[in-house]
Design a protein around this ligand. Structure first.
Ligand SMILES: *Cc1c(COP(=O)(O)O)cnc(C)c1O
Length: 228
């Protein structure tokens, strides 16, 4: 069940700060997505390739699909024809594969570099040194990477009630984004996105400079994985 009131409230609140709302629709039916689309929502986030593959053809073509989950290189080909932005790039190999598959469809896919900012072992992403190494490769091979556009960074904070800890993790991601913009993307007007903040911590994320939040359960209700 879509929470229409929550969507109206959150989207109005975010619009004031120029923050993009990505509605995370994983595990939710196409009817829920269509309902928010009809209200004006255009950015939707999915985590599973097969699920996105099933949903995308059933929904309006002008939806901007954000792939926000961990992505294996061998699966990029399935989502490349229609994906707008891939949030969780964590290796140069994946970046190259996205470029290769986007080229086949003669378009450009926007990507974010995923930073590991949380304490938890299970969360994917790179540390700062790995991002700088990736950017060295990127800059050396830039002429061959015309079908990707690096638009910023993405991160997930630790799942905890300790708001000061979460705030510190968001701050760190924001600071690193500013550093990258000043060093590697100074002449690049596309490098503008900090994707951070979910249902539980998006207000903190916005306070710390987020430009894009990924919100699922507040809009669509809790996810039930037991029914697939
Ligand atoms: C599921 C998911 C979200 C949304 O989580 P909620 O807590 O339901 O808002 C955001 N980002 C990523 C990467 C996710 O996997």
């Amino acid at each position: 069940m879509v929470n229409v009131d929550a969507w109206k409230e959150i989207s109005a609140e975010l619009a004031k700060d120029n923050v993009t709302l990505v509605a995370v629709s994983k595990t939710k039916p196409v009817s829920d997505i269509q309902e928010l689309y009809d209200l004006g929502q255009r950015d939707f986030g999915e985590n599973y390739v097969q699920e996105l593959e099933e949903k995308q053809p059933q929904l309006p073509a002008d939806i901007r699909w954000h792939y926000i989950g961990h992505l294996q290189s061998n699966k990029v080909k399935y989502i490349a024809p229609y994906t707008y932005m891939i949030h969780a790039v964590d290796s140069f190999k994946l970046l190259q594969e996205i470029n290769k598959q986007a080229a086949k469809h003669n378009h450009t896919i926007k990507v974010l570099l995923q930073l590991h900012i949380a304490d938890e072992e299970t969360k994917h992403g790179m540390d700062e040194a790995a991002v700088l190494e990736l950017l060295d490769y990127y800059e050396a091979q830039r002429a061959d990477l015309q079908h990707i556009q690096i638009c910023g960074v993405m991160g997930m904070a630790t799942f905890t009630d300790d708001t000061e800890k979460v705030r510190a993790e968001f701050k760190r991601l924001h600071n690193f984004f500013v550093y990258l913009r000043q060093t590697h993307f100074i002449a690049d007007g596309n490098f503008t996105t900090i994707s951070m903040g979910m249902s539980g911590d998006y207000k903190l994320a916005v306070e710390e400079g987020s430009t894009m939040v990924r919100i699922g359960s507040l809009l669509f209700g809790h996810r039930d994985y037991t029914n697939g």
